[in-house]
Design a protein around this ligand. Structure first.
Ligand SMILES: [Fe+2]
Ligand SMILES: [Fe+2]
Length: 132
């Protein structure tokens, strides 16, 4: 299996988790419960992002200037999402607004990876590096 295929399967799983999460927010689940559940969503998203950075972004960044620039933009979103989860964990504030931003940002980010980064990786990376 290619690393890009594995990451796409993870996107699919995370998207269904995020869909459930958006329902919880809409249904008015209490802020402390949302925070508890957000901690699990954070682990799942961060686990994916860390694997992606290590197995895909690192080798791809060496391939070309365009690839490096694109990876830089993707990494910025990873950092932004990690920062938003930190804000969500703060019991002094209502987590809803940040949670909506995380869900929207992550969904857009996944689409950019699927349509831009992954096809580029499949073109530029050696087949041995792509295989997991
Ligand atoms: Fe990503
Ligand atoms: Fe991803």
């Amino acid at each position: 299996m290619k690393i890009t295929e594995l990451l796409e399967v993870e996107h699919e799983f995370l998207r269904s988790l995020m869909e459930t999460f958006s329902q919880w927010i809409t249904e008015g689940v209490a802020p402390d419960k949302l925070r508890e559940r957000a901690a699990m969503l954070e682990i799942a998203i961060d686990d994916h992002a860390t694997r992606e950075e290590k197995l895909l972004f690192e080798p791809l960044a060496f391939c070309s200037t365009v690839a490096r620039e694109l990876i830089g933009m993707m990494e910025m979103v990873h950092v932004e999402v990690r920062d938003l989860f930190e804000q969500v964990a703060d019991p002094a504030r209502d987590p809803k607004e940040q949670l909506w931003t995380i869900l929207m940002l992550t969904d857009e980010h996944f689409t950019k990876e699927e349509t831009g980064v992954f096809p580029m990786a499949e073109r530029l990376l050696d087949p041995e590096i792509l295989q997991v």
